[in-house]
Design a protein around this ligand. Structure first.
Ligand code: UGA
Length: 459
């Protein structure tokens, strides 16, 4: 149990808000989660997460007594010590961040809050640099309009999240660092209480999520709000750049006859570089890297500053998808009328999220070139989203059935179950023998021995 039990309100029950709120409730804090979507709220009230995230429902059950779900901010806001904003920040057409939901929440806070004591308002969402100041402006303006005193008791902080989908609970409990962006160092007092058990790693062990092998106490980084906001974008842009870097090298390896996996191991062994995020493949997608790199470029433009590396990172990533389809086209001597099966739709394993997934561009490009496309994904099985159904592709629950009569199979998502499929059976069911591993998870020699015309990325 933490020394001080914080009364926390989290606004928004998306991936970030729900995972964060549930974890703090598990750690003993009193957490109210505000969600305006009625369908989501009904599920939450039955302690059922509205999306797939490993261990989230287990943790929700353990944290039940400390959790309260509602759509009425005014019911809980005035008893709160910390109010955490975790609503979505989608991307506009021009790459800029759409701040609509943040502004709306700031307005709601300004209209509902009557500060009797101190409140800390924390921005958890990934927001354009400068949003902390804007949120404080909107809230203070509303309080003034209502002639509410006590605005001096409100502290505005930025506390970016570094949660990976599919590993969000583990990233919450065992982070590398925790970042607090505040105007004065003494403003972190309650935030420190909230994070105490995470910073000290002093919470009870979890059967389903044991301590990672090499766990050390997370670093606490205290900075100003603007730097905290930028840390989030810079971290995602750097990781995206690492992946694009290895993919650029992979293309070069193919021309030179070198092997990208060995190159990645060779450079990754240098502790200054690190092996993580050097897996070559069809590239990155998801709700974060595409949006955050686009936002960085757009923020730079607004200030007349060109983000050359980030622009190139994006270009390499999106070319990778086309390059992949071009390779298939070449191997099949044209894809028109060919039956092509895709293994994997999600943007990465461990999630049912298909936002900005490379699979969608591969699908579109193949359909444009008049291929007959079929798909399989272990999580999307039985419940394919509209985005897929409207494309007119056939969705299979069974990868072996999908292979029947196929000319080529493409592996797009690195699901672990795809490592152990019976590939002899897949080949026997196929009409052709072309196999593309877009994530380099299969052994090329084994696949060739089985009889595939096998291709990967970067060798
Ligand atoms: C990312 C960051 O990793 C989190 O730290 C951050 O908090 C989160 O964005 C966010 O902004 O909320 P996420 O989008 O869930 O998390 O996914 P990652 O695990 O980072 O993977 C991103 C993409 O890169 C995936 O499409 C993955 O397949 C690809 N990738 C990753 C590679 O192609 N190669 C690699 O070596 C690693």
């Amino acid at each position: 149990m933490p020394k001080e039990r914080i009364n926390l309100v989290v606004i928004g029950a998306g991936y970030v808000g729900l995972t964060t709120g549930v974890t703090f409730a598990f750690l003993g804090h009193k957490v109210s989660i505000i969600e305006k979507d009625k369908a989501k709220l009904n599920l939450l009230k039955e302690y059922r997460p509205p999306f797939y995230e490993p261990y989230l429902s287990d943790l929700m059950k353990l944290a039940k007594d400390n959790l309260y779900f509602s759509d009425k901010l005014q019911e809980v806001i005035n008893d709160s010590q910390i109010i955490m904003i975790a609503v979505g920040t989608p991307c506009k057409e021009n790459g800029q961040v759409d701040n609509r939901f943040i502004d709306e929440v700031a307005l709601n806070i300004g209209q509902a809050l009557s500060p009797s004591g101190r409140h800390v308002i924390v921005i958890k969402s990934t927001v354009p640099v400068g949003t902390n100041r804007r949120v404080s402006y909107i809230i203070n303006k509303e309080l003034k309009k209502r002639q509410i005193k006590g605005a001096n008791n409100i502290i505005f902080a930025s506390n970016p999240e570094f949660l990976r989908e599919g590993q969000a609970i583990s990233d919450m409990l065992y982070p590398d660092r925790v970042v607090f962006g505040v105007s004065k160092p003494e403003d972190i007092e309650w935030l420190k209480c909230l994070y105490e058990d995470i910073l000290k790693q002093s919470f009870p062990p979890l059967d389903f999520l044991p301590w990672p092998a090499k766990i050390k106490s997370p670093q606490l980084i205290i900075t100003d709000p603007t730097s905290a906001e930028l840390i989030k974008y810079a971290a995602n842009a750097f990781l995206a750049m690492k992946v694009s870097f290895i993919n650029e090298m992979a293309g070069f390896c193919e021309l030179l006859g070198a092997n990208i996996n060995d190159v990645a191991n060779g450079i990754g062994a240098d502790h200054r570089i690190g092996r993580d995020f050097l897996d070559a493949g069809i590239g990155w997608g998801g709700s974060c890297f595409p949006k955050d790199t686009a936002a960085l470029v757009a923020m730079g433009k607004e200030l007349g500053y060109q983000m050359r590396l980030i622009e190139a990172t994006r270009e390499v990533n999106y070319n990778q998808r086309k390059y992949f389809v071009d390779k298939i086209q070449k191997a099949l001597k044209g894809v028109r009328g060919k039956v092509i099966g895709l293994l994997g739709l999600a943007f990465k394993p461990g999630t049912d999220d298909m936002r900005e997934s490379p699979s969608l561009d591969v699908l579109r490009l193949l359909l444009e070139r008049e291929a007959q496309v079929r798909v399989h994904d272990p999580v999307i099985v039985g419940n394919p989203p509209d985005a897929i159904l409207t494309l007119g592709v056939e969705v299979f629950d069974d990868p072996y059935q999908m292979a029947v009569g196929a000319d080529a199979i493409l592996l797009v998502t690195a699901w672990p179950e795809y490592k152990t499929l019976d590939y002899k059976k897949i080949l026997n069911n196929m009409r052709g023998n072309v196999f593309f591993d877009g994530r380099n998870i299969l052994d090329p020699h084994e696949m060739e021995n089985i009889g595939f015309n096998f291709k990967g990325v970067g060798f």
